[in-house]
Design a protein around this ligand. Structure first.
Ligand code: NDP
Length: 292
């Protein structure tokens, strides 16, 4: 049996960003509209700082306006809430993203609830979650959107007749992915930490989306031959000699021998997340300007 096709998220994300840049240039030319994304970072979490920096760079590269708000770790809730309220009212800002996790003394749900749902480009506000669940137009969380773009690229937009298993039920990844798969007509099962026979559930799936945060937990012999595997997991493991490396939730070395197509980690779903953030910002700007 030949190895699975690699789904190159890095190359595909670059294509998506290129297409977005063309659309952004068209909006500026035809309507004088420059989509703006505000990112709020509280504290000095090193991983968050890296994400926020790349978000800023890629936003500007796409021709959009990037507004970064960096607040000290001891910022109180009232100050953060006042900033979000100000951004809600700012006509230059079409998308607002509050980088998570927040320091322990701040309640993420409370902050997300304050974001205008039309500017909620992370898709985490209950209004957007509800709209997605109801099959209405919504701002959809970026990583699930990225998973669906990769699947659509691989299999086409209509997944009728395909069995999909989503591993994980978080509101950030598992649940929205499952809903998007249902909207694409797949037959969907959601598995989680209380699922009894995970191996059997996996073996039935034509499409496997793994989002559990458990390094290399899914071995190749749980995968149905020819299945399309989307590995969302990002786990840092010891690589010896004091170094670390990133691995997914799927054991890539054995899975690549069985699957029909598979995303690598890194370079699979990860790069799609920021591309989809830009897509959501563009969508939000168009809707707010009455152009969608
Ligand atoms: P959460 O911790 O919020 O959710 C994990 C889910 O996996 C839960 O539903 C949990 O079940 C389930 N789970 C945990 N252990 C097991 C197990 N042993 N067997 C079956 N199910 C299990 O994680 P997230 O959804 O936020 O993230 C998942 C992974 O995706 C992480 O590795 C994260 O780093 C990565 N990620 C990657 C992104 C990207 O850009 N590529 C973006 C966001 C996340 P239960 O509900 O029962 O507890």
């Amino acid at each position: 049996m030949t190895d699975a096709r690699l789904i190159d998220g890095k190359a595909f994300a670059a294509e998506v960003r290129g297409r977005i840049a063309v659309e952004v240039a068209g909006l500026a030319r035809d309507h004088g509209l420059v989509p703006g994304l505000a990112v709020v970072l509280v504290g000095e979490d090193p991983a968050s700082q890296v994400y926020v920096r790349s978000k800023g760079v890629q936003t500007r590269e796409a021709g959009m306006a990037s507004f970064e708000h960096r607040l000290p770790a001891d910022t109180d809730a009232a100050t953060l809430h006042a900033l979000v309220t100000r951004l809600n009212a700012d006509p230059m800002v079409h998308g607002i993203l509050v980088q998570l996790p927040l320091p322990d003394h701040l309640d993420a749900q409370q902050v997300i609830a304050l974001i205008d749902p039309d500017k909620d480009v992370d898709g985490l506000h209950v209004v957007n979650a509800g709209r997605l669940a109801a099959g209405l137009p919504a701002l959809v969380p970026c990583t699930p959107l990225g998973c669906m773009m990769l699947l659509e690229h691989e299999l086409g937009a209509d997944l009728s007749g395909r069995r999909a298993l989503v591993l994980g039920r978080s509101s950030l990844v598992g649940r929205p992915v499952a809903q998007l798969l249902v909207h694409a007509n797949a037959t969907v099962t959601i598995a989680h930490s209380r699922t009894r026979d995970l191996a059997e559930e996996c073996r039935r799936a034509d499409i496997l989306v793994a989002a559990i945060g458990r390094p290399q937990m899914i071995p190749g012999d749980w995968i149905r031959p020819g299945a399309v595997v989307i590995d969302v997991g990002i786990n840092r493991v010891d690589a010896g000699e004091g170094k670390t490396r990133l691995v997914g939730d799927v054991d890539f070395a054995s899975a690549v021998k069985v699957a029909g197509a598979i995303t690598p980690v890194p370079g699979g779903v990860g790069p799609m997340t920021i591309a989809c953030l830009l897509q959501n910002t563009l969508t939000a700007a168009r809707r707010q300007a009455g152009l969608a």
